[in-house]
Design a protein around this ligand. Sequence first.
Ligand code: NDP
Ligand code: HSE
Length: 436
Amino acid sequence: MKAIQVGLLGAGTVGSGVFTVLKRNQEEIQRRAGRGIEIAMVADLDTARAASIVGDHATVVNDARQVIANPDIDIVIELIGGYGIARELVMEAIAAGKHVVTANKALLAVHGTEIFAAAHQRGVMVGFEAAVAGGIPIIKSLREGLTANRIEWVVGIINGTTNFILSEMRDKGLDFDAVLKQAQRLGYAEADPTFDIEGVDAAHKATILSAIAFGIPVQFDKAYVEGITRLAPQDIRYAEQLGYRIKLLGITKRVPKGIELRVHPSLVPSKRLLANVEGAMNAVVVRGDAVGTTLHYGKGAGSEPTASAVIADLVDITRLHTSDAAHRVPHLAFQPDQMSSEPVLSMDEVVTSYYLRLRVADQPGVLAKVTGLMAEAGVSIDAVLQREAGEGEKQTDLIILTHDVREGAMNEVLARVQQLPTVLAPIVRIRKEELA
Ligand code: NDP
Ligand code: HSE
């Protein structure tokens, strides 16, 4: 049988990996897919660089629309990135009846509803395994392997760049900027690294996971997003002393009032496997009512790990593209007419526990005043750590770990504590996930 014909848009870090892995493993991939998978056309702005990657195995053009217009192309892989031209090209490919594979989480988190609806209507598949956690097959696991379960929560380290930065800062005492540059050199960081360090990339991925886990539409605009740029090295150290590590987590949970969808730095108990995921590695913990807790671990970025996920989608599409469209795995795991309207909760409604660091005057009664205000507000304290003031120092750090409390209530009490004359600097608040 003739090989299925693929057009590749964007021969950058991931695109070149797809080409290399497909070429290297083509024989085994063909035995799995049932027929060959051939990249016949490549579009990239830098045609000379693209030609140096693909040699004479594919036609190289600089206009991606030429690929979409080619009637011989069955599958279009979008590896350009961003919401601009990538969105236009994906929509045009779908309209032209091409199946699409993309690693573009930004595009899907923001425009997924429109893209999946168009694909459903046109009867084509959109594969996006590479969009979340790079090489880890978490989309397939959630959508197919765990399909029997009522998913309770999904919590993950889903941005390699920030995990790399936090690991290097903790292990080697390196400073933030130096480690970020290293992550960029290694190809982990997004073209615009603010997406990584401000939590936006993780929120794109968490949004996709949330949709698949709970059968809700992709709603990036409802996600709470906080990055790691304001984390101070002393909080990493205090957390360690208290038996925790700080990780940037993507969290989505089903709670009685709705769905939580949030990304922020979190203290995680050091004994949890998730706390020990280091460097650019990713890990996603999924809790289902039947299976219990499952951990999915692997490389979340990089050329070949991401290519591994892109090619898995190519194989799936190759196996399924002649099947009846109504009997394929739905894009978001649930049938399009069975999506839930459960609301995504505002951060004020989220119930979680906290690490607080207060810079206070080192004098009698300070701790009593702070804990008194917290007690009045019904905030229950789990642990207190007071750093011994150095010789001649008149200030000290007071660290408080709380039990679960509604974020709105916590905000109110923190505003009152902040007003105390003995609290000398803005209070640092980091949320805590026990993952029990
Ligand atoms: P790169 O920037 O390395 O590659 C993008 C490529 O697309 C570049 O070669 C660029 O050319 C080319 N390009 C830009 N505009 C056009 C256009 N109009 N037509 C054709 N080609 C174009 O990005 P990555 O490979 O790192 O990322 C690709 C996608 O994969 C993104 O959505 C990213 O978020 C996602 N992703 C990336 C991962 C990674 O580890 N890098 C991991 C998981 C997902 P030029 O350089 O000349 O501008
Ligand atoms: N910038 C992303 C990361 C790439 O660091 O995880 C993978 O999506």
